[in-house]
Design a protein around this ligand. Structure first.
Ligand code: ANZ
Ligand code: ZN
Length: 884
């Protein structure tokens, strides 16, 4: 290995990367010690899916975590900073089908190459705790935890709809349904009912909501998204009677104040009444079948056209039995929310208004919009704001809240309804009809029903001899695997062939990182020492499901006494994405009306679509994803000055948006290539420097080159330490201490770009300063300051200063608080209001002393030219103004 020559002006990054990565490995520098008496710090980044290659988003994510982990070590903490693999899931099965490789070997090969890539970045990871969720020594423990929850009554079985591909005869995952069609067969997907396993997350709805208030180191927006997802709604549940008095159905409304504005009622397509009516109405049966074809995800419902079928039935208004309302079956009413039926108040609910306008139903205003209070409501936009009640009998004049309470009180008094709290949160269906997942440890027996696999028979291991040449779950058609005897009665029984949702795997991996005994999932005593994770870092795309499931799983284990931690992640940070310019063939990038197309990765859905950065409501259609655009890969771009052309042709390319790097947009840069070219430290530095970490970071050639130059500049500065230099440089020392203090605070706040800016400034100051002992001290401090960010460079510099120990083990430099405050003041000396001199004096000099010094200045004496001052105005530490 060619070593870096200290007199070499260039920093040989690749040699240093290799040398120090090996040194850390040999010294096991980053192995976390459970028994350490030091205060503990758990730094965790969301573990990657082993798709094959590390992408730049990973690099940014893990660099941030790494800086924090290294900094924590330097400030005296025992740090747990582990890495592993979220290794089950669909892509491995797709690869198996397409490339005829086993999902296991595909996954393990990917892990091997991604591990090698991560190692090249010099992350301070405790590799001894590495885990992969696809290995029996992980998922076997998950099976044990599943059985614990089953025993505790937190798991149950229920019929639930799946996506069924009628051509491939297989269940499809949601990702495999594209525009309502199977991804391979193209056949319209049907809904089928299957008996599936559910986890009772709704039992925890209140705690999960309540717990959010304790998470003050989480981004506000993530807490809000979780809150909306849990969706606690208070309102009135009440029943309608059919005309004539027979009881009809119950509805749930959060706005019972608007009850006099109701002009129709609607029930879900799978509401029992609708199902019943359909038996004698082919028209309704056809309508229901249509509804079931389109997606039932809340997001689909929002974007679909509102459609209904008039059943011909009529119900009485509960407060005015003379008033009759039609009963529709409508596609926007969900069976599993509230009661599966609604009252429609078109003037004050947008969906109801769309519906009413389509079917010509009355639209009556019952909430005044400013002065507008007439009963006939015009327009296509519902009024959902606050206002006084109008056209509403005894409610007239009340505010919304008052009227809600009044209607609830009346309903409860008269006996037709009750105050009710409804939740949006549903129980978590965890059954997946797939091979590459954790086998659900249950055996189905004809006489005993579902029986948990006895614990001494865990893990239930996936069979290796499976084939993927036909669609469907190979576990179902395996000749022997599912054939077992009932653990209870011994008669022939069938092993469960569904596997667990991969979100289960990621709901407890952070516990297994903290403690991984062979005989149980974790040791709660050891877990307690590390947990909660101090800082969790990942993408905002996991703001809802992953984080909610992990919070639930932790609380469930606490409830059954397996764990003494309530919230798994004390601190959460969601980092921005790495973006890059795109080039597109002209013509089809913007939508026809010129409006901006929001890409799926730009939006989040929380009851409505919001832009992920601005949190503004946006218009988004899942189909208008810009997928029409023809993105052009760098190899096909020919640049002539500012212009870009397609290959050798004269077709000019449009510069597309700067968007998240992704294969389909052909704008990725390969981490391996850039590490090879610039070294790990320049890449790490760039990831931290240009943008605040929560914002997107545009990748640019000039940016990475700038980082590379700065690494080289630091290297030159490190070489300028001069053993013979002596003397103090107070100003430089002050700058140094201020920087140490500021960088520490910035790292703790994860404001890496600010820390970087301060380091740039200190480097500038060192370059300008003449040699001195203080300058040597500052150069040393500079090495320590960049050690978390550019660790290879820092080690190399440290080593060449003659240090026998690693900078990875060094302590963060101490701050001298006395040097944080400025102790000198610069005084402006004015004559007749004009600046004539400046004086540098100790802070806090008395007025008389400042006046004396000012009048003694040569420049002032010359300016005064013998004139006698009439008046001298002194502002301590700032100014002396002489009036003549
Ligand atoms: C009348 C009304 C008037 C409503 C009004 C809203 C505004 P959140 O807040 O999300 O809980 N709703 C109730 N059950 C439904 C179901 N199964 N499918 C679709 N919509 C349903 O929503 C509660 C509101 O959503 C309820 O209040 C109901 O419409 C509708 F100016 O009742 B509301
Ligand atoms: Zn049995």
């Amino acid at each position: 290995m060619s070593d870096t020559n200290p007199r070499d002006k260039r920093f040989n990054a690749l040699a240093a990367d290799m040398r120090w990565q090996k040194a850390w490995d040999d010294a096991q520098s980053f192995k976390a010690d459970d028994a350490s008496p030091k205060p503990k710090a758990y730094v965790l980044e969301m573990f990657p899916y082993p798709s094959g290659r590390i992408h730049i988003g990973h690099v940014r994510n893990y660099t941030m975590g790494d800086v924090l982990a290294r900094y924590k070590r330097m400030t005296g903490h025992e740090v747990l900073h582990p890495m592993g693999w979220d290794a089950f899931g669909m892509p491995a099965e797709n690869a198996a089908m397409e490339k005829k490789v086993h999902p296991g070997s595909w996954t393990r090969e990917n892990i091997a190459s991604m591990r090698a890539q991560l190692k090249k970045l010099g992350f301070a990871l405790d590799w001894s705790r590495e885990l992969a969720t696809c290995e029996p020594d992980y998922y076997g423990h998950e099976q044990a935890l599943f059985l614990d929850l089953l025993d505790a009554g937190l798991v149950y079985r229920k019929e639930s709809a799946v996506n069924w591909d009628p051509v491939d005869m297989t269940v499809l995952a949601n990702e495999q349904v594209i525009d309502g069609k199977g991804w391979r067969s193209g056949a319209p997907v049907e809904k089928r009912k299957l008996s599936q396993w559910f986890l009772k997350i709704t039992d925890f709805a209140d705690e999960l909501l309540e717990g959010l208030t304790t998470l003050d180191a989480w981004p506000e927006k993530v807490r809000l998204m979780q809150e909306n997802w849990i969706g606690k709604s208070k309102g009135l549940q009440f029943h309608f009677n059919f005309v004539g008095g027979r009881r009809a159905f119950e509805v749930f409304s959060t706005r019972p104040d608007t009850i006099f504005g109701a002009s129709f009622t609607a029930i879900a397509p799978d509401h029992p009444i609708a199902q019943d009516l359909a038996k004698n109405s082919p028209g309704l049966a056809k309508f229901i079948a249509e509804c079931q074809q389109s997606g039932t995800a809340a997001a689909d419902i929002e974007t679909q056209e509102k459609k209904g079928f008039d059943t011909g039935l009529r119900v009485e208004h509960p407060l005015d039995p003379e008033h009759h309302l039609p009963v529709y079956v409508a596609n926007f009413v969900l069976m599993d929310y509230g009661t599966g039926a609604v009252m429609g108040v078109p003037a004050h609910d947008q969906r109801d208004l769309d519906f009413a306008r389509k079917y010509g139903l009355p639209v009556h205003r019952v909430i005044a919009d400013g002065d507008a209070d007439d009963i006939v409501f015009e327009g296509k936009e519902a009024f959902t704001g606050e206002g006084r009640l109008v056209n509403s009998h005894f409610l007239n004049g009340m505010g919304v809240d008052e009227a809600i309470n009044a209607v609830i009180a009346k309903a409860e008094h008269d006996g037709w309804g009750k105050a009710k709290t409804t939740w949006r949160l549903r129980d978590w269906g965890v059954s997946r009809q797939r091979y590459w997942g954790t086998p659900i440890p249950v055996i189905h027996c004809e006489s005993c029903g579902p029986v948990g696999v006895p614990r001494d028979q865990l893990p239930v291991v996936l069979p290796e001899d499976v084939s993927f040449d036909i669609p469907g779950n190979p576990l179902n058609r395996h000749p022997t695997w599912s054939k077992v005897d009932c653990p209870k009665c011994g008669s022939p029984a069938r092993r469960e062939t569904d596997t667990l949702d991969t979100f289960v795997d990621s709901s407890w991996y952070f516990l297994r990182f903290a403690s991984q005994p062979d005989d149980k999932p974790f040791d709660p005593e050891i877990v307690k020492q590390w947990m909660p994770v101090g800082q969790y870092i990942g993408g905002v795309e996991h703001a809802i499901l992953h984080l909610l499931y992990a919070r639930f799983w932790t609380r469930a284990l606490k409830r059954i006494g397996k764990l003494d931690v309530a919230e798994p992640f004390a601190g959460l940070f969601t980092q921005g994405m790495v973006t890059h310019e795109t080039y597109v063939l002209p013509g089809n990038f913007l939508s026809e009306d010129g409006s901006i197309i929001f890409l799926p990765e730009d939006v989040i859905f929380v009851g409505d679509f919001y832009h992920k950065d601005t949190q503004q409501r946006v218009i988004y259609s899942p189909n208008s994803d810009g997928g029409l655009a023809h993105y052009v890969s760098p190899a096909q771009i020919r640049k002539v000055g500012e212009r870009a052309y397609f290959g050798a042709s004269e077709v000019e390319l449009a510069v597309g948006r700067v968007i998240k790097m992704s294969k389909s947009k052909k704008n990725v840069v390969d981490p391996d290539e850039i590490i090879e070219q610039y070294g790990a430290d320049a890449v790490r530095w760039f990831m931290l420097s240009d943008s605040p970490p929560e914002r997107d970071l545009p990748w640019t050639e000039s940016g990475i080159e700038g980082s590379w130059r700065f690494v080289q500049r630091l290297w030159r500065i490190f070489g300028e330490s001069d053993a013979k230099a002596s003397g103090e440089d107070k100003a430089l020392l002050r700058k140094m201490h201020q920087t140490i203090d500021g960088v520490a605070k910035d790292i703790e706040a994860l404001s890496f770009n600010k820390a970087v800016a301060k380091i740039y400034e200190l480097a500038n100051a060192v370059e300008k300063a003449p040699p001195s002992a203080s300058r040597n001290e500052t150069i040393r401090a500079l090495m320590l300051l960049v050690a978390p960010m550019t660790p290879h460079l820092a080690e190399q510099g440290w080593n060449e200063q003659g240090s026998a120990t690693l900078i990875a083990d060094a302590a963060w430099p101490e701050v001298n608080p006395a040097l944080l405050v400025e102790d000198e003041a610069t005084i402006a000396v004015q004559v007749q209001g004009k600046l004539r001199d400046t004086l540098t004096v100790p802070k806090g000099l008395p007025k008389e002393e400042l006046e004396r010094l000012a009048l003694a200045s040569d420049k002032i004496i010359r300016t005064l030219d013998g004139a006698t001052p009439k008046k001298v105005i002194v502002v301590p530490d700032r100014l002396v103004n002489i009036v003549i």
